[in-house]
Design a protein around this ligand. Structure first.
Ligand code: UDX
Length: 441
């Protein structure tokens, strides 16, 4: 089937390539010429494992093209809206300008029977508004949120945990005939993962939009819950990693997303919980989500605590101290530094007077552009040379496996701060290091 994907960022570029790999004829649209040029040349405009291979494969087969011209959607029957909804500057609300602009630009190209599929994360109520805008064209809107994780985006797109379709319903809550026809077309697009037994939840617009923000709020809450327990462990001498293991064995709780440390960052969880709170306020139910304020502030407190730990090991002042920060991205296997806890801590250390040297396997270029005042090193050895403190901020596999003996001779002070609770304290202590971590004795 010929389909279009509007927006070629983390979500759209992966979606376009993944749909092409399923055998569809895909055109990806973006206003950013640099991005489109890269994608046309078969290059991923950001680091995402598996994406370059998929782009090359689909490009060679001829099923994947890119354009900055929205008119290139001609002939497509299904149009995926995959643009970003970043946080508004100085506000909790989501900035809807890219979603609105893409739908407006798409309108003149829609044919009766076409399906517009909303994948962007939006404040609940957006789908209803967009559906009204689309109605005169004879096209139908389906709300189909995306749950992909960066670093696993290809895998998550091709083998999702579930599909959610929000369909148009009549006053009695019954899916309209146009909704059923649109569903049949989207089922065709997702035929392979659907036939593999991927669960499908068919629902209405409000539920589909809420599923996405509810899922991200739950994940954020889980992380902040364990980080709150880390604060209790710090006050009592307990060990939050053992506590997480112990409660995680209860299948009702589960061990996933109970890793205490510097907390959550990225382009989704932080802004999504804030936008959700803002939307609840507009709907007059802000009290239902006041707990998300706590989730957000627990998350922020972990960064401050890490700076305190650094100050403690530096005997009270960070002024003039050299701190090596390992990791700039918000998580491993990504080059994304949006709201990165590691980079935020690096920035706080810099403001406290330290000389901060940051390294990262993929994120240095983005970090340097965002925080030019920090110092950067291409590898761990250069970063830790003469450091008074080494801080692990992002749990890249190569940092988990660092050899404390190999680093011992290069640093000025053997102090390691484990911001992700991934190092073995006994091993580092045996090599003569002071090991400190969040939520561990
Ligand atoms: C998230 C959701 O997981 C995904 O379903 C949604 O579509 C988009 O938002 P992503 O932003 O890629 O995906 O990252 P995720 O793997 O969820 O991690 C988010 C942050 O939480 C990272 O900074 C990570 O380091 C942190 N985290 C995660 C923890 O601090 N502890 C954990 O136990 C898990």
């Amino acid at each position: 089937m010929r389909i279009s994907v509007i927006g070629c960022g983390y979500l759209g570029a992966v979606h376009a390539a993944a749909m092409a790999s399923l055998g569809h004829e895909v055109v990806g649209i973006d206003v950013d010429e640099r991005k489109i040029d890269a994608l046309r040349a078969g290059r991923a405009p950001f680091f995402e494992p598996g994406l370059p291979e998929l782009l090359l494969e689909a490009g060679d087969a001829g099923g994947l093209t890119f354009s900055t011209d929205i008119a290139a959607v001609a002939g497509a029957r299904v149009h995926f809206v995959c643009v970003g909804t970043p946080q508004m500057k100085g506000e909790f609300r989501a900035d809807m300008r890219y979603v609105d602009a893409s739908v407006t630009s798409l309108l003149p190209h829609l044919q009766p029977g076409d399906v517009v599929v909303g994948k962007s994360t939006v404040p609940v109520g957006t789908a209803e508004r967009l559906a009204e805008q689309i109605a005169p064209t004879g096209a139908t809107l389906i709300w189909n949120p995306e749950f992909l994780r960066e670093g696993f985006a290809v895998e998550d797109t091709l083998h999702p945990d579930r599909f959610v379709y929000g369909l148009p319903t009549d006053e009695a809550g019954v899916v309209t005939a146009a909704g059923e026809a649109a569903k049949a077309l989207l089922d065709e697009v997702y035929a392979t993962p659907l036939s593999d037994g991927t669960p499908l939840v068919v629902t209405d617009y409000p539920t589909a939009q809420l599923v996405k923000v509810a899922a991200n709020s739950f994940l954020a809450t889980k992380i902040s819950f364990i980080n709150a327990m880390a604060e209790l462990c710090e006050a009592t001498g307990g060990d939050v990693t053992q506590l997480a293991d112990a409660i995680g064995y209860d299948v009702r709780i589960g061990r996933k997303f109970l890793n205490a440390g510097l907390g959550f960052g990225g382009g989704c969880l932080p802004k999504d919980i804030r936008a959700f709170m803002a939307r609840a306020g507009e709907l007059g139910v802000d009290q239902a989500l006041t707990f998300l304020r706590e989730v957000d502030s627990i998350n922020g407190r972990r960064r401050e605590r890490m700076v305190e730990l650094a100050r403690e090991v530096c005997e009270g002042t960070l002024v003039g101290k050299r701190v090596a920060v390992l990791g700039a991205t918000f998580k491993p296997n990504s080059d994304d530094i949006r709201d990165s806890p590691a980079l935020a801590v690096a920035d706080m250390l810099d403001k406290a007077g330290a000389h901060v040297v940051v390294t990262d396997p993929q994120g240095i270029e983005n970090a340097r552009a965002a925080r030019p005042e920090l110092h950067y090193a291409e590898n761990v050895l250069d970063a830790v040379r003469d450091a008074d403190v080494v801080l692990l901020g992002t749990e890249w596999a190569q940092y988990r496996e660092l050899d404390p003996d190999a680093l011992a001779g290069v640093v000025a002070g053997r102090h390691i701060l484990d911001g992700r609770n991934v190092l073995d304290p006994a091993r580092w202590r045996a090599a003569g290091w002071t090991y400190r971590a969040l939520g561990r004795p």
